[in-house]
Write a protein that binds this ligand. Structure first.
Ligand SMILES: [Zn+2]
Ligand SMILES: [Zn+2]
Length: 357
């Protein structure tokens, strides 16, 4: 960098009268050559022709599939220390309109104003867990005497979702066929008290009957009011009140905890019904399993995207529970076994064929 003195360069004398009084200095960067600074000529271009108005052109659809690639499943961590065996019990089916399971399964539209409803047969199930510290049963299915004018279920329930299955499809027959008596079950966990899950509670007089406190209160309220419009079978409830059952209520704020080693009670709270419970079962040779029951009926409800059922007590609670189940499944590398999923239940090994451990 050097200082260039304009007055000197132009040959003027420092003392001469021609000297410019206001000597101008500029700072120049470079190798010292005082090059003339010529402003670049401004090119004047003719004004561009106005752009044509954009036309409404659709974007062609992407050709690649938007479906996410399935993630490989890591091996499940075995979180229990004691080995257990889980038996899947097939307790017949319910025949009902699919709109109960997935809302808006049948939708009328101008070109199809009266679409037929879709009747489907959904599985009813229970799970018997053989454990060295005390056997656990999750859900109990329907009462064998659900039908008829003196049946446990009111006529509206008998009409809306009748049981389809042989006479021996009910829980007492299934356990008896395995050589198991009611007193061999230490804990009966009820996902909730609807008639297709709580129908056989009365057979377990010595067991702990584990139910969410809000579910018990709701069923008791419907019973007190003689309200037959819900899926609680009030004749079942009446029978329970006449027995000295060992109810163990789960508080709404009670955290998830092990009932026995490797069998964790999941306190889902309100959603499908007033107070939902599930189980996380830790298996040694198979993926861990979350028994979701009606907290999530089917894989279609689970999604993603989550699809709501036709009826639920608390639809926001239902959605929140699905998110919770998804997080639990990821964290525990667990499969989710849904409450009434036809293809999934068909794929499971039933008690007559073996067990999961
Ligand atoms: Zn239910
Ligand atoms: Zn159900």
């Amino acid at each position: 960098m050097k200082i260039v003195d304009f007055a000197k360069d132009q040959g003027g004398s420092k003392n001469g009268g021609n000297a410019r009084p206001d000597r101008m200095k500029i700072l120049e960067f470079g190798d010292g050559a005082n090059k003339a600074r010529i402003a670049p000529a401004i090119e004047v271009r003719p004004a561009a022709a106005p752009a044509p108005e954009p036309r409404w052109e659709p974007v062609s659809a992407p050709t690649a599939s938007l479906a996410a690639a399935p993630k490989p499943k890591a091996r499940s961590p075995f979180v229990g220390t004691r080995s257990l065996k889980m038996h899947v019990l097939d307790l017949g089916k319910l025949r009902l309109d699919k709109n109960f399971m997935v809302a808006n399964s049948t939708v009328a539209m101008a070109k199809n104003p009266n679409p037929p409803g879709k009747l489907i047969d959904i599985p009813v199930s229970a799970f018997y867990i053989e454990h060295p510290d005390g056997n656990v049963l999750f859900d109990t299915g329907c009462h064998p005497d659900w039908a008829g004018p003196n049946g446990r279920w009111p006529q509206n329930l008998q009409d809306v979702f009748p049981v389809i299955g042989p006479d021996d499809c009910y829980l007492p027959h299934r356990l008896e066929a395995m050589g198991i008596g009611p007193n061999q079950i230490r804990h009966v966990v009820l996902s909730h008290l609807h008639c297709d899950h709580a129908g056989c509670i009365e057979f377990f007089r010595k067991s702990n009957i584990i139910v969410h406190e809000d579910e018990f209160a709701a069923a008791a309220t419907h019973y007190a009011k003689r309200d037959h419009s819900t899926p609680y079978a009030l004749r079942d409830f009446e029978t329970w009140t006449r027995l000295d059952l060992n109810w163990r209520e789960v508080g709404k704020l009670e955290p998830d905890h092990n009932i026995v080693d490797g069998v964790k009670l999941l306190n889902f709270g309100p959603g499908h019904s007033y107070g939902m419970l599930g189980l996380l079962v830790s298996l040694r040779d198979n993926p861990n399993v979350i028994l979701a029951a009606d907290a999530c009926y089917t894989s279609e409800n689970y999604g993603p995207p989550m699809k709501p059922p036709g009826i639920s007590y608390d639809s926001i609670g239902f959605a929140r529970t699905i998110q919770r189940i998804r997080a639990l499944a990821e964290h525990n590398k667990a499969d989710v076994w849904f409450g009434h999923d036809i293809p999934q239940f068909e794929s499971l090994r039933k008690a007559s064929e073996g067990w999961y451990e």
